[in-house]
Design a protein around this ligand. Structure first.
Ligand code: OXD
Ligand code: MN
Length: 583
């Protein structure tokens, strides 16, 4: 299948290091899927779910110590430490290769090495990148089948080109003491050892499409962002595309496939992507975005027919469930699924479970891996190799008090500053401490493959090249009233804010200029059919200068770590914000 000399040589080299019993090149065919599934079922690596209720679906449990991305074990290995920046853990490339090379040495004895050629993006698209992942996990191969376009199609697309990302993975011993997720941006290489958790091992996702791609994007003049992409079709039949960055647990997948509220007839929502956007400048001076992934790797807990019916429908067939509760009927269940829990089941750890035994049935980071093509509202444009044109970029976080429901930045530079000062508050459920503000610029803090100060500069540079830039907004679905209650219903009603955004992009409505940007005037948010008080709406749109001055201090403290690398424009933006706040 593959005659690519560079690929063959690299696979031989890595096989010589890992010493697998055999090497299997994956072609991506249905027959091969059947064979691999049968093999994984025979070893217990995956279990078959109820084929009447969940046709084509499989179940997998990870090791207990391996349920999430391990940021403290994730490294950027550049020749110079300053190129990784204060936002990344750093290891010198030679040290990293020799330290983790020693772990890879012989790690696949008794195992098979699978060779997975995959495309991030669509075949032949100018946006796309090709990777080859070597792995000793069938679970990884089956997930890569869903999350990427892989096998023969990728081999054909690669041809004899030796420009591909070398992605090396082994489960190793699944020992957290021997776990490393290493990125070598200068070598276009990723090494992942000792984990079986998606974000650490589906190397096309966070590792390639964000960390390596952000580095490539800076060199090549494009952007790799942690953003969903959604198309909003208005009753007039125009579709506007929006890309939006939120930190985890802020509802990206939900927003990407929301159901319009009853009070907004005639609107349609089209999902292009739920996690990653690769963005380029088009010949028209606009930004064009593609979703490089082919599937969704969504968080199961909290996903229900109430919060996200489209995600539930997407994952009903041909999907892989990881670390959820297994019911006696071989069905799945998780907290926040909004259906009665089963009387008993097997929890994510593999232990017998009952609703009152005090344990969670599903791990809070339990996942479904589902083909995007199965999403009932997948956009007809989602595989367009040229991408979709962006009318707006959104940033958002979870802020109980500070940020209004929605506001518009003054221009690209200010919008970049708004994104760079993004922050989100932790919830009691997640950490035990309410209201701890974590700064997470553009939701990229764990994913920027180089010095983030240079990433900010790249954003500013991109803006200078745009003759027709999208407008940049900030949203906050999580503002609370004095009694701690959420002021905004969220979910489908978030379309009301998106609608305001679109009307601003079209220049149809006025807004109120404030110190932080343009805020909706009273009455300009469509509240048709929404039960919300005037007082709540007022509070949602309020800008409190004292609170923002405090916020400015937090921004300054955060930016201080970048020293002189921080773009001059951001120093000016801080001064301008202070002046607008009346200080
Ligand atoms: C994800 C994440 O899995 O952001 O998408 O962690
Ligand atoms: Mn993500």
């Amino acid at each position: 299948m593959v005659r690519n000399i560079g690929a063959v040589k690299w696979v031989e080299e890595m096989a010589a290091l890992c010493k697998p019993d055999s090497v299997v090149w994956i072609d991506g065919s249905e027959d091969e899927k059947k064979r691999l599934t049968a093999q994984a079922l025979s070893t217990g690596e995956v279990l078959e779910l109820n084929q009447e209720k969940l046709p084509g679906c499989l179940y997998h449990r990870t090791a207990e110590n391996d349920v999430a991305r391990t940021e403290h074990l994730t490294f950027i290995c550049t020749s110079k430490k300053e190129d990784a920046g204060p936002n990344n853990n750093w290891m010198a490339p030679q040290d990293a290769y020799s330290k983790v090379g020693a772990l890879f040495d012989g790690c696949m004895k008794g195992r098979t090495m699978y060779v997975v050629l995959f495309i991030m993006g669509t075949a032949g698209s100018p946006f796309r990148k090709i990777g080859i992942e070597l792995t000793d996990s069938i679970y990884v191969v089956l997930n890569m089948r869903i999350m990427t376009r892989m096998g023969k199609i990728a081999a054909d697309d690669l041809g004899e080109n030796e420009d591909f990302t070398r992605c090396m993975h082994s489960k190793g011993e699944l020992d957290i003491e021997r776990r490393y997720i290493l990125h070598f941006p200068e070598d276009n290489t990723i090494w992942s050892y000792g984990s079986g958790y998606g974000g650490n091992v589906l190397l096309g996702k966070k590792c390639l499409s964000l960390r390596i791609a952000s580095y490539l994007g800076r060199n090549e003049g494009w952007m790799a962002e942690h953003m969903l992409i959604v198309g909003i079709e208005t009753p007039e039949g125009e579709t506007h595309y929006i890309a939006a960055a939120f930190p985890s647990a802020c509802g990206k997948t939900n927003l990407a496939m929301l159901i319009p509220p009853e009070g907004m007839p005639g609107y349609k929502v089209w999902t292009v992507g739920d996690d990653i956007a690769w963005i380029r400048i088009g010949p028209d001076g606009r930004l064009w975005a593609v979703n490089p992934e082919a599937g969704f790797f969504g968080v199961a807990p909290g996903t229900s027919y109430k919060t996200n019916p489209n995600a539930m429908e997407t994952a009903k067939t041909n999907s892989i469930y990881t670390n959820v509760l297994l019911t006696p009927e071989k069905n799945v269940w998780w907290e926040g699924m909004d259906v009665e829990p089963p009387a008993e089941g097997i929890d994510w750890r593999g232990n017998p479970w009952t609703p009152d035994n005090g344990e969670k049935g599903a791990h809070p980071n339990a996942r479904f891996t589902a083909p995007a093509s199965q999403c009932p509202v997948i956009s007809p444009e989602w595989e367009n190799p040229a991408g979709v044109p962006l009318s707006a970029i959104l940033f958002g976080g979870r802020r109980a008090k500070l940020a209004p429901l929605v506001y518009e930045s003054f221009n690209w530079q200010h919008g970049t500053f708004v994104g760079a000062t993004m922050a989100s508050e932790t919830t009691a459920a997640a950490t035990g401490a309410v209201g701890v503000v974590r700064r997470d610029p553009m939701a990229m803090l764990p994913f920027c493959g180089y010095n983030m100060a240079k990433y900010f500069a790249h954003w500013l540079k991109m803006g200078k090249k745009l003759t027709n830039p999208p407008k940049i907004f900030n949203v906050n679905w999580f503002k609370r009233g004095d009694a701690g209650e959420f002021l905004w219903p969220g979910y489908g009603d978030n379309l009301r804010a998106l609608d305001w955004i679109i009307r601003r992009c079209k220049g149809e409505i006025e807004a109120t200029e404030t110190a932080i940007g343009y805020v909706p005037t009273k009455g300009s948010i469509n509240t048709n059919g929404l039960d919300i008080s005037e007082a709540a709406l007022e509070k949602l749109l309020e800008v409190d200068p004292t609170a923002w001055l405090e916020e400015l201090e937090g921004m300054q403290t955060f930016f201080a770590q970048f020293g002189d690398d921080l773009p001059e424009e951001f120093v000016k933006e801080q001064q301008a914000l202070k002046a607008r706040l009346g200080k």
